[in-house]
Ligand binder design. Structure first.
Ligand SMILES: N[C@@H](CCC(=O)N[C@@H](CS)C(=O)NCC(=O)O)C(=O)O
Length: 163
């Protein structure tokens, strides 16, 4: 949603129970140009392509795909950061490298920036003391984007409430 709002792309939101399309194991799902996609990184890549928020260069595109998949692993690992703080340290060091090398760019966010932003949305407040340097600069820029502000305004949760 943030990426589409940032791109000025119109979209509709539906609840998972309304879904009657091709096989997809679990929400979130997105219908992009007539094709239904599940799995967050795949959704981000497909929506990024549709909204022209994908690097044109093949090598940069491959790296961007890596970052979207990194973001999914980071979020999954974050569930265990209380028991494994060294994993948090390793992930934040990795993101600092991505920001320092310009791979994550808050000035011109692409689908992989939005993928990583979902992680920071989820854990950024709780782990604010670990967000420093170039990562902090990137995160602050992302929070100032049209896409982030529009998503905040909509008040739609990033994940459905647990039952
Ligand atoms: N790897 C999937 C995870 C999907 C997932 O865990 N979805 C949750 C909601 S956030 C769900 O509703 N799961 C229901 C289920 O697994 O049956 C993704 O990245 O989208």
């Amino acid at each position: 949603m943030m990426m589409m709002d940032d791109a000025g792309q119109e979209y509709e939101c539906h609840t998972p129970d309304e879904y009657k399309g091709s096989p997809a194991f679990a929400p979130p799902m997105a219908e992009v140009d007539g094709v239904t996609i599940a799995q967050t990184p795949a959704i981000m890549m497909a929506v990024g392509e549709f909204c022209k928020k994908t690097p044109e260069d093949a090598k940069k595109k491959a790296k961007a795909c890596q970052v979207a998949l990194d973001a999914a692993d980071f979020l999954s690992d974050a569930l265990n950061f209380a028991e494994k703080p060294e994993r948090a340290e390793k992930w934040f060091a990795h993101v600092e490298g991505l920001c320092s090398s310009g791979c994550l760019d808050g000035d011109k966010p692409l689908f992989h920036d939005w993928s990583m932003m979902m992680v920071f949305n989820a854990i950024g407040d709780a782990m604010a003391d670990q967000i420093k340097g170039k990562t902090k600069e990137w995160y602050e820029k992302m929070k100032e984007t049209k896409g982030f502000k529009a998503w905040k305004e909509r008040g739609v949760p990033q994940v459905p409430p647990s039952e």
